[in-house]
Unconditional design. Structure first.
Length: 515
């Protein structure tokens, strides 16, 4: 009898001792300070971004094409076309720079032009890519980037540096990318380890076209950076918030803002209702009605954004379907695009062979003025950002979220391949940034959500490549500093970093497979 009691007591004691252990094992890990780490990554990215934007000496000036600043100034004064006074000040500022560039090109060709002709060419460069209607100048881009500039113009006037603002938004995007990866992981849609999330955020900041786009201001680059900010925020809202109509209404508003930055982003729209369904499908009661309400909550602000964009078109050009691109091609655009646009329009299969070359297999790095640089028409995405090779491994995790990501990325990329231009002038394929959040989440899928040594090595190679490309592209801004970021020293630095990484991985895997 006593033996039985003792045995029962032992079992009870063992169970009591095991309970805290089991509870400890099942207790979720303490959440890392996402906001703190996101802010730290943003600050790290801000250092090179602001250095390049400020000519390596905190000298922040407007770029040669600060049209969003001029458009913000116009909005403040209650009009949509650029103000004559502000634009004349802009022309006076850039004229010496443009004249010097034109004269240097003429000397290189052994040609000459009279002073009046040079002055006309300078003016044509000053209105480059603007839509000219009568005696009015319009930007043909959607309004997001111009609206973003309004507070800055109110505070600092129309001479505020678009380079500075662009660099700050670019730095914020790096922190937001980390936040996006952590939110996706926490939502259960895709397991992404902490080291993997940090590495992919760094990849966006320094190993993709986002690097060079964040450093230079300019109308085209600023529109893409502002759009990426809205797109990242929309994915964070989609995955981090509670599964409610309010969450998806906020997500729709942010996605609508992204559409008002770059209209091509609209093609990624199917991603969102698929993810809403994935988050919703485990609910049992009244599933279809709740799903319809949540999709409607998401879709309403997106529709409002579309209506606003159409109204913006009508207010500028008299037609809801006239974006101003066609007008710009014939007035302020590059002459080489006129014939193709008139014959084939904006999107056409005839552009596909050229775009496939510059997006997929162009490995040409020409020498200009004795220095090697990227092809300004674009280079292979897999050469500029080698971790994109993991896109070929997404079959490793074939589920609903992978399908959603493909529905977000593929329509955008398909449209880019049919577009009438490659993105000249650029380093890499700058239009690809429109799909980059979805592409990087697909890269995380191909990586199985962990940072392996091959992934680390490819990320290091991408950072070296984009550091070289950014330094070469902005040599006019950073001067002799560009000599520190030429292929040989960067190759040595990358090789050293990869060897150090190899030593770490040989001793232990710092990011084991998640379970």
């Amino acid at each position: 009898m006593s033996e039985t009691v003792n045995n029962d007591q032992c079992v009870s004691d063992a169970a009591a001792g095991a309970a805290p252990t089991a509870a400890k094992a099942l207790r979720p890990r303490p959440r890392p300070k996402i906001a703190r780490r996101a802010a730290l990554l943003g600050l790290i990215a801000a250092v090179p971004y602001l250095a390049v934007a400020g000519r390596m000496q905190c000298a922040y000036e407007p770029s040669a094409y600060p049209y969003h600043v001029l458009a913000a100034d116009a909005l403040i004064h209650g009009q949509l076309h650029l103000r004559d006074e502000t634009f004349r000040d802009h022309v006076r500022r850039v004229a010496p720079q443009f004249r010097q560039s034109i004269e240097a090109q003429l000397r290189a060709r052994g040609s000459t032009l009279d002073a009046n002709t040079i002055q006309e060419v300078v003016y044509l460069k000053a209105v480059h890519d603007l839509a000219v209607v009568g005696n009015r100048l319009y930007t043909y881009w959607p309004p997001l980037a111009s609206v973003v500039m309004v507070p800055w113009v109110l505070l600092f006037g129309p001479d505020v540096s678009d380079r500075l603002v662009n660099a700050l938004f670019g730095a914020a995007n790096v922190g937001l990318a980390y936040w996006m990866f952590r939110s996706v992981d926490r939502s259960g849609l895709r397991r992404i380890s902490e080291p993997c999330g940090v590495a992919l955020a760094v990849l966006l900041g320094f190993g993709t076209v986002h690097f060079f786009l964040s450093c230079g201001g300019r109308i085209w680059f600023a529109a893409q950076i502002a759009t990426t900010t809205a797109l990242l925020l929309s994915i964070i809202a989609l995955t981090a918030g509670p599964n409610s109509a309010r969450t998806y209404a906020l997500c729709g508003a942010l996605f609508g803002a992204a559409i008002l930055g770059r209209n091509t982003v609209l093609l990624a729209g199917l991603f969102y209702p698929i993810v809403i369904w994935l988050r919703h499908r485990n609910e049992r009661a009244d599933r279809l009605r709740r799903f319809a309400i949540r999709v409607a909550a998401f879709g309403l602000p997106v529709i409002l954004a579309g209506v606003l964009n159409l109204a913006y078109n009508y207010a500028r050009f008299g037609s809801i379907f006239e974006t101003g691109q066609g007008i710009a091609v014939h007035t302020g655009g590059a002459p080489r695009f006129v014939e193709d646009y008139d014959r084939y329009g904006t999107f056409n299969l005839v552009y596909l062979p050229t775009n496939l070359k510059y997006y997929l297999w162009n490995w040409r790095f020409p020498v200009e003025n004795g220095r090697r640089m990227g092809d300004l028409e674009g280079n292979s995405m897999f050469l500029i950002t080698p971790p994109l090779l993991y896109l070929f491994l997404v079959w490793r995790r074939w589920d609903g979220f992978t399908v959603a990501l493909l529905c977000g990325a593929m329509p955008v990329v398909a449209a880019l391949l049919l577009f009438r231009a490659t993105g000249f002038s650029q380093f890499g394929n700058r239009y690809l940034l429109d799909a980059m959040p979805f592409l990087l989440l697909l890269v995380a899928t191909g990586m199985k959500g962990r940072l392996s040594f091959p992934a680390f090595a490819l990320i290091v190679a991408a950072i070296a490549m984009n550091t070289f490309g950014t330094a070469a592209f902005y040599r006019g801004l950073i001067g002799s500093w560009a000599d520190w970021f030429t292929p040989l020293p960067l190759a040595v630095a990358a090789a050293f970093a990869i060897l150090v990484g190899a030593a770490i991985w040989i001793r232990r895997d710092p990011d084991p497979l998640p379970t």
